[in-house]
Structure formats: structure tokens, C-alpha cells
Design a binder for this molecule. Structure first.
Ligand SMILES: Cc1cc2nc3c(=O)[nH]c(=O)nc-3n(C[C@H](O)[C@H](O)[C@H](O)COP(=O)(O)O)c2cc1C
Length: 157
């Protein structure tokens, strides 16, 4: 049997990167769980100008970014993006959309041909338009599967 398996054509296992943004920690919790399970590289998306700790201020900033198509500048850069063929991308849902920093991140790279597995955390709206947002930002990537985690299932309110 082993001989047969050896003679099968097989591709090199590709490298996977978890990329996530998290304002209040839920998406980070899920990212950490996935990271523990599969043990690949992981990077947190950090905006150059951090979001306020005040919920209302985050909502105002998000609305301004959404309405004026602002992509916030990021501190986070992945220099070796070519090394990865699969990205697991995590975002909170903001106003039914992908959060602004994740939009910024995705628009900063050519992710053509990469496999993308998005996940989001949300307060009830599910993936909403976030997967469509990813499709638009990465038209030549292959979206394999996505996952929505309702924050109550994380024991959070
Ligand atoms: C600016 C803002 C907008 C949000 N909009 C939505 C929404 O449209 N639908 C939803 O289900 N949850 C919404 N939420 C809740 C977050 O998606 C939810 O708390 C998420 O788990 C936060 O992830 P984080 O802790 O990683 O930042 C919003 C939260 C914020 C701060």
C-alpha cells in the first residue's frame, strides 16, 4: 500500500497563514483556537492609528470609513506573502461588512490563485456581506469555505 501511495502524484503541502483583525477580542479568540489546532503562521492586522476603546467612537469612525471609502493605513505588512498559498482570514462584522482594517489588508496584496478561508465573528447578522466583500477585493482568489461564529457561542455578550 505504501508503495502505491508513494507512486501517486502529490503536490507539496502549501503554507497557511492566519490573518485577523479584532477590536474587542472575539475574532482573536477564534483565531487563537484555529492556530492551536493547525499550528501555522499567524499575524494580527494592526491599523497605524488604533481604534478608540469607546464603542461609539469606533462606530463613528467605521461609518466615516464606510461612507467615504477610506481604507485605514496599516502597521502590519506581510513581506513573504508569496510563501503562502492558503489564507485563513478573520474579521468582525461591522455594519454587515468586513471590518475596514481587513479590507485594507486584502486590498494591499495580489492574492490571485490563493485559497482563502474566511471566518467572522458577529452579534447576530452572520457573514452578511463580508464574503462578497472578499470576493470583490480578491477576484482571482479561490474562496473555499467560510465560517461565522456568533459571539454568544464564545460565551460573550
Ligand atoms: C463598529 C461595529 C459594527 C458592528 N456591526 C455589526 C453588525 O452589523 N452585525 C453584527 O452581527 N454585529 C456587529 N457588530 C458586533 C461585532 O461584529 C461582534 O461583536 C464581533 O464579534 C466583534 O469582534 P472583535 O471582538 O474581534 O472585534 C459590530 C461591532 C462594531 C464595533
Amino acid at each position: 500500500v505504501e508503495d502505491k501511495i508513494d507512486s501517486l502524484p502529490h503536490s507539496e503541502p502549501g503554507k497557511t497563514l492566519i490573518v485577523y483583525f479584532s477590536w474587542s477580542g472575539h475574532t482573536q479568540t477564534v483565531a487563537n483556537i484555529i492556530h492551536e489546532l493547525i499550528g501555522c503562521d499567524m499575524v494580527e492586522i494592526e491599523p497605524e492609528e488604533p481604534y478608540s476603546d469607546e464603542y461609539n467612537e469606533v462606530v463613528d469612525r467605521f461609518k466615516n470609513e464606510r461612507d467615504n471609502h477610506i481604507l485605514p493605513a496599516l502597521r502590519t505588512k506581510v513581506e513573504n506573502m508569496d510563501d503562502y498559498d492558503t489564507l485563513i482570514i478573520g474579521s468582525p462584522i461591522w455594519g454587515g461588512l468586513l471590518s475596514s482594517p481587513v479590507k485594507s489588508f486584502l486590498s494591499g496584496y495580489d492574492l490571485s490563485g490563493k485559497k482563502i478561508l474566511p471566518f467572522c465573528t458577529h452579534g447576530g447578522s452572520g457573514t452578511a456581506q463580508s464574503v462578497d466583500n472578499i470576493r470583490k477585493l480578491c477576484p482571482h482568489a479561490e474562496i473555499l469555505l467560510f465560517m461565522a461564529v456568533k459571539l454568544q457561542t464564545l460565551g460573550m455578550k
